[in-house]
Write a protein that binds this ligand. Structure first.
Ligand SMILES: [Zn+2]
Length: 395
């Protein structure tokens, strides 16, 4: 998943040691869509397997088709990918490939969004069959690379099936076993014209079934969608949430409550939600005390990996090693792992970071960085009390 566009920003990363740090450091990702991780070569293989017309006949042409042009084209690519996912084995395959890619970036933990209801409605899959395939892939990834994954089932707010997209998803999720790995209900799709409030009963049912809840909000619409997701859905994390920056009271509320933001900077730049990196509010939100995480959203479609996102934090937002480590740990703390597993993962991250800093000759965080240290001199100083960054949600 090497980037087409963001990788070209790499020249702005002056310090090779810092780049070595961000490549090697342990990572966790909370906002990545399974359907958005499928690589062109896999789409080609699946299209051939199922006798479907692929949008292009060679891997190179398909890679060109995948490259982001505009939002309608993005949706077209996304739909063409989904059309190729016809059998539970296909889901096992794409999860294994996601795991292999994660291993190459030292991503140790992922919460992976997927949209089950359209797969069932349009392509004759069953909810359980699809999940069985995904869990076969998950088990293979765990045993091969020691990487853990959990699932977030998104309802689609603008689905042709309307509210049923969400209620069918919840009805199915409510009878799953925790070992099935589905930890949360999410809400995706077009925010414009589809506010959160009508989905409140479905989200209430999900919470009553012991599931966590998240929602995409404040990506293509303003702060009011984030407020409503918090108030009407009791969202425990906000997908994107980038427009929170337009409402200081909302930013203060997010900082005070510790509800994390799953920020996806490259996605915002590609889709035009934010016109350029200089105007992206990632760092402003961080400095205001919001719990920020960085995520790739749809890495195969946006041409940027999670490592590329961290590279952007350095090249565009001026973060140093301490900031990268803190943001990586934010993701672990903001995860929906049960508390003992979360603490285990945090311990492993701390140990890995310590060993990595030793190897690269960096001081251990926390601790005052030595004056002029090229790796830490860019470290932003969040104005909020450090405690607001440490806060994690209930398991
Ligand atoms: Zn998303």
């Amino acid at each position: 998943m090497s980037g087409h566009g963001v990788s070209s920003d790499r020249a702005t990363v002056a310090d090779h040691a810092l780049d070595g740090f961000l490549v090697a450091m342990p990572k966790a990702e909370l906002h990545v869509h399974l359907e958005g991780t499928v690589q062109p070569r896999t789409v080609l293989a699946l299209a051939r397997r199922h006798g479907i017309d692929a949008p292009a006949q060679s891997e190179a042409d398909l890679a060109a088709f995948f490259r982001f042009r505009d939002f309608p084209h993005f949706i077209e690519v996304y739909m063409r990918v989904c059309e190729c996912l016809r059998h539970p084995d296909d889901f096992a395959l794409v999860v294994r490939e996601l795991g292999e890619e994660a291993a190459s970036q030292n991503i140790r933990y992922l919460e992976v969004h997927f949209n089950p209801e359209p797969h069932v409605r349009k392509r004759g899959l069953t909810f359980d069959g699809m999940l069985d395939g995904m869990n076969r892939g998950r088990a293979a990834v765990r045993s091969r690379w020691g990487i853990e994954m959990r699932w977030i089932a998104d309802g689609v707010r603008d689905a042709e099936s309307g509210l049923r997209s969400v209620t069918r998803t919840v009805d199915w999720m409510a009878r799953l076993d925790p070992r099935d790995g589905v930890v949360a209900l999410g809400l995706g799709g077009d925010e414009v014209g589809h506010p959160p409030a009508p989905f409140a009963p479905a989200f209430r049912a999900a919470r009553a079934a012991g599931l966590h809840v998240v929602a995409h909000a404040g990506e293509t619409t303003g702060p009011e969608t984030i407020w409503s997701s918090l108030r009407d859905l009791a969202a425990e994390r906000i997908g994107h949430g980038v427009r929170a920056v337009d409402d200081p009271a909302l930013v203060a509320h997010l900082a005070a409550t510790g509800v994390p933001l799953e920020l996806c900077p490259t996605s915002n730049l590609r889709t035009g939600v934010v016109p350029d990196a200089a105007r992206h509010p990632f760092r402003r939100l961080d400095e205001a005390g919001a719990v920020v995480t960085v995520n790739s959203d749809d890495p195969a479609l946006f041409g940027a990996s999670l490592t590329d996102e961290y590279r952007l934090l350095v090249g565009a937002f001026g973060y140093g090693a301490d900031g990268l480590e803190r943001i990586s740990l934010n993701a672990v703390r903001s995860s929906f792992l049960p508390e003992p597993e979360k603490l285990d993962l945090l311990t492993r991250f701390h140990e890995e970071f310590r060993a990595l800093r030793l190897r690269l000759g960096l001081p251990t965080r926390p601790g005052a960085p030595p004056a002029g240290d090229p790796l830490t001199s860019q470290e932003p100083r969040p104005k909020a009390a450090p405690g607001t960054h440490r806060r994690s949600l209930r398991p």
